[in-house]
Ligand binder design. Structure first.
Ligand SMILES: Cc1cc2nc3c(=O)[nH]c(=O)nc-3n(C[C@H](O)[C@H](O)[C@H](O)COP(=O)(O)OP(=O)(O)OC[C@H]3O[C@@H](n4cnc5c(N)ncnc54)[C@H](O)[C@@H]3O)c2cc1C
Ligand SMILES: NC(=O)c1ccc[n+]([C@@H]2O[C@H](COP(=O)([O-])OP(=O)(O)OC[C@H]3O[C@@H](n4cnc5c(N)ncnc54)[C@H](O)[C@@H]3O)[C@@H](O)[C@H]2O)c1
Length: 451
């Protein structure tokens, strides 16, 4: 039996950060990670970092042979993820009180785990505290011929292919679908998004959705909305994808199908029932402090069935650390107002209310709007697509929300988020002295348009 004060299942964002913090306090830590290709977790190995690395490469590689550009981008992406994987491992494994085990963990009892290594060897582990951070996996919809299709890929497997798809059909037009569509269209694939939803970017205001759809279409991305895929027929060299759309049966062919229809919490084969840990259809049930129903067992990150973002997993670490070494006041409530970013050629970043929601909910607001083309730095960067829009409260002048569709929106949104969390009147951002030329200085003019 190997024992430690703190045992972590899964090397995710929350786990690795909390493990490091507890080890720095001299506590003993066991980190159990199923795959030696996943040290550091999903984000750095197969999700956020590789996709954003590929997006950058796809934007830079406009000349030359498309297939060769793609192949070298994959090699570069592997270099980036390999470097981060190694540094993430060493950040923990080099600490005196940390043991990293490479095997599959499952519960045998509330405080007891079994770890099975690749060679079949098994260790028994016990911990005073156990933290579950096992992440999520792609949902593969039950569509005849899809799961067994040799043309089917997930976000993870597609990024390991060194052959550029000729025609990439993406089932699902959410975060992953849109980001991969941008990347692969830039590299030169023909891309078709097939989404079951009636509305494109249903969570966002129509003005934004229409602008994004128009701009992606201009880059060659095709959209099939309100489309229920009924069957995949696998042929030599390509698949036929049949779908129902507005009462009509339609078919397209593609040599690669990316399934991007959401991700589900990784709770299978964890032995949660042996520990008596309660789950629902979304994942492990936790309270506002991320405690499961079993004492001294927490669940953090995607596995707890909340919003699936790395920065949410990181904040989960803060909530748990605060209980262990602080005053325990931090809860999930702080995660209610967070930015969201879709990383496209022109990124989309939103926070709080959009104008449609304010209207529908009859919330009083004033609006400020600026076309990206009015921002000098956008010209310097060579991308003047889009607009910036903010809503403010007419009574106290605080910011109610922002929709930024412009180059560098992923950075700008964090300053708006800060102002919202600090309850600053919008005039603070309007009258700030910003360095020049930057995208941030757009706030002088943007908030100057409030009326
Ligand atoms: C393609 C893609 C792009 C994304 N882009 C972004 C983005 O730009 N920004 C953003 O904020 N979010 C993004 N996300 C979401 C983000 O990646 C996840 O929300 C985040 O990585 C979840 O981290 P986590 O802490 O829950 O655990 P993870 O990082 O998923 O770690 C879980 C770990 O547990 C291990 N594991 C599982 N079961 C066991 C077991 N029984 N025993 C031992 N180990 C186990 C797994 O191997 C894995 O390493 C993206 C996701 C995808 C798929
Ligand atoms: N930039 C980021 O922060 C980022 C990037 C990628 C992924 N992520 C995270 O990963 C999660 C998973 O991403 P995702 O894109 O897989 O999920 P998603 O929930 O964002 O989108 C899923 C899409 O698939 C569609 N869909 C569902 N079933 C379908 C079916 N049978 N046929 C056709 N369409 C179908 C839905 O209508 C929806 O548009 C995201 O929710 C997000 O939390 C974040």
């Amino acid at each position: 039996m190997i024992t430690a004060q703190n045992v972590f299942i899964g090397f995710g964002k929350a786990a690795k950060t909390l493990a490091g913090a507890l080890a720095n306090r001299g506590e003993s830590v066991i980190m159990i990670e199923a795959s030696d290709k996943m040290y550091g977790g999903t984000c750095i190995n197969v999700a956020c970092i590789p996709t954003k690395t590929l997006l950058t490469s796809s934007q830079n590689n406009r000349l030359g042979d498309a297939q060769e550009n793609y192949r070298s981008a994959i090699v570069n992406k592997n270099d980036v993820t390999g470097t981060l994987r190694s540094s993430n491992l060493h950040k923990l494994s080099d600490k005196a009180t940390v043991t990293v085990l490479n095997g599959w963990a499952e519960f045998e009892a509330p405080k007891q785990l079994k770890v099975t290594y690749q060679n079949g060897k098994v260790d028994q582990i016990s911990g005073e505290r156990i933290f579950i951070n096992t992440g999520s996996t792609p949902i593969i919809p039950e569509i005849s011929g899809l799961a067994t299709s040799p043309f089917m890929q997930t976000s993870e497997t597609l990024m390991d292919q060194r052959r550029l798809p000729k025609h990439l059909a993406i089932v699902g037009g959410g975060y992953i679908g849109l980001e991969f569509a941008s990347i692969y269209a830039n590299f030169g694939s023909q891309v078709t998004i097939i989404d079951a939803g009636k509305q494109f970017m249903a969570r966002d205001e129509r003005e934004l959705a229409m602008a994004v759809q128009r701009d992606m279409a201009a880059k060659g991305v095709e959209f099939e909305l309100n489309a229920q895929v009924t069957q995949v027929i696998n042929q030599v060299g390509e698949a036929k994808i049949e779908f129902n759309q507005d009462g009509q049966q339609r078919t397209i062919t593609a040599d690669t199908i990316l399934v991007a229809t959401g991700r589900k919490a990784n709770i299978a084969k964890l032995g949660l029932d042996k520990a008596g840990i309660a789950t629902n259809q979304r994942g492990i049930i936790v309270d506002d402090h991320l405690r499961t129903n079993v004492d001294n067992i927490w669940a953090m990150g995607d596995v707890r069935g909340g919003a699936q973002f790395t920065y949410i997993s990181l904040d989960d670490y803060r909530i748990v650390l605060d209980q262990l070494v602080g005053d325990g006041k931090r809860t999930l409530a702080e995660q209610e107002l967070v930015p969201h970013v879709v990383f496209l050629n022109t990124p989309v970043a939103t926070i709080g209310l959009n104008e449609e929601q304010a209207k529908n909910q009859q919330i009083a607001y004033q609006v400020g709007k600026l076309a990206t083309t009015a921002v000098p730095k956008a010209h310097v960067l060579g991308n003047t697509t889009g607009y910036l829009k903010v809503l403010v409260d007419p009574a106290n002048h605080e910011i109610l929300g922002a929709t930024l569709y412009c180059i560098e929106a992923q950075e700008l949104i964090n300053m708006i988020s800060l102002a919202m969390h600090q309850h600053l009147p919008y005039e603070v951002l309007r009258d700030q002295i910003y360095s020049h030329p930057t995208m941030t200085e757009a706030f002088n003019d943007l908030f100057g348009t409030i009326k």
